[in-house]
Design a binder for this molecule. Structure first.
Ligand SMILES: *Cc1c(COP(=O)(O)O)cnc(C)c1O
Length: 349
């Protein structure tokens, strides 16, 4: 019922193994089991990497490739700050756009080498209108990559909307237990898949077989974990919106959220991340984070345990993220326990 962890750097009679595996940087049966599962979920062919950022790097390289260096990359003005830092380090012009505003994206497309989409964005949870955006990019002849880490293939399958590439930080929901870092790139087209694999073999950002095995184990429960966490998040978001110590809640499941309509039509659910602005600024937000007992103050998201953090505690976080914004990653604990802890922390702080 479980694939073995194949711990090997090489294969006897290199190249002659029946699946054509020769050396451990090119192929491993445990990665392949994980990749086969993600490929089925995303509807393409998947390549696993050592981290989400390794997957982002490979996707960018495979798409931008040999495009002339003066061609720009279109990037979300809000999104995972390390991805934006990477896209800004290519030596190409960078065109930041609010990714939920399709007209702005359309205006930035002419002559671009790539449009990098993240949806919902981390940490502001803005939702891109993927069918409209991909349509505009196709017209302009610009390839589209979508980082769907916050959505997972359960809620969003960008390849179905015509995107060229989808990237997940498997560190988050796909593995789901805060015990490893991994990434995965899924593409619809063979030649692009070959470029992604060639990049991995050349740059060497391969996952370890043990991490791939753990990720596959986590992936088995993805739908049940996400269903439960999303239902809890929805309830908590509704309550937080009424809390006097919260000045704003961002959650695409709330009817007055700017991303609500698009999320309803493009996604299969609003997910399990919430971003709140704490009344009283950064200090009040820090006090709330410090006062929780059940919620764990930690970066990252998508694990079994609920976590929260004030994002701007990181100097590299985007200045457009409000100082008092706390991102909540809802886990699998009882909703009333989570609410009680949060309400107490908010009231005490
Ligand atoms: C965490 C994250 C990444 C990077 O993943 P790592 O495994 O930390 O390298 C990329 N994109 C998004 C949206 C993320 O949340």
């Amino acid at each position: 019922m479980s694939v073995p962890i194949v711990a090997t750097s090489t294969y006897a009679a290199a190249g002659a193994d029946e699946a054509g595996r020769g050396y451990g940087r090119y192929a491993n049966p445990t990665w392949e089991a994980f990749e086969t599962a993600v490929a089925a979920l995303d509807g393409g062919q998947a390549t696993a990497f050592a981290s989400g950022m390794a997957a982002v790097s490979a996707a960018v390289a495979a798409l931008v490739g040999t495009a002339p260096p003066q061609q720009a990359v279109v990037v979300p003005s809000d999104g995972y700050h390390t991805s934006i830092a990477l896209l800004s380090s290519l030596g190409r012009p960078v065109r930041p756009v609010p990714i939920a505003d399709t007209d702005s994206v359309r205006a930035a497309l002419p002559g671009a080498a790539l449009v990098w989409v993240e949806t919902p964005t981390n940490p502001l949870l803005e939702v891109a209108d993927l069918p409209a955006l991909v349509g505009a990019a196709r017209e302009a002849g610009v390839p589209v990559a979508v980082d769907a880490t916050a959505a997972t293939p359960m809620l969003l399958r960008p390849l179905e909307h015509g995107a060229d590439v989808v990237v997940h930080a498997a560190t988050k929901y796909l593995s789901g237990h805060s015990d490893l870092l991994m990434g995965v790139v899924t593409v619809g087209e063979d030649r692009l898949g070959e470029r992604v694999r060639a990049h991995r073999a050349l740059h060497g950002a391969i996952p370890s077989p043990f991490e791939a095995w753990l990720a596959l184990r986590g992936l088995r429960t993805l739908p049940v974990r996400l269903d439960r966490a999303s239902a809890t998040a929805h309830e908590l978001a509704r309550r937080l919106a009424l809390h006097r110590r919260i000045s704003r809640v961002r959650y695409p499941g709330l009817p007055d959220d700017p991303g609500h309509q698009v999320a309803r039509t493009v996604m299969d659910g609003p997910g399990a991340l919430i971003a709140v602005e704490v009344a009283g600024g950064a200090e009040a937000a820090d006090a709330v984070v410090a006062a929780t007992r059940l919620w764990v103050p930690a970066t990252s998201f998508g694990g079994v345990e609920s976590m929260l953090e004030r994002r701007r505690r990181w100097p590299s976080e985007r200045p457009s993220v409000p100082e008092n914004l706390v991102r909540l990653s809802v886990g699998l604990e009882d909703v009333e326990d989570l609410w009680e802890d949060l309400d107490r922390a908010l009231t005490r702080a």
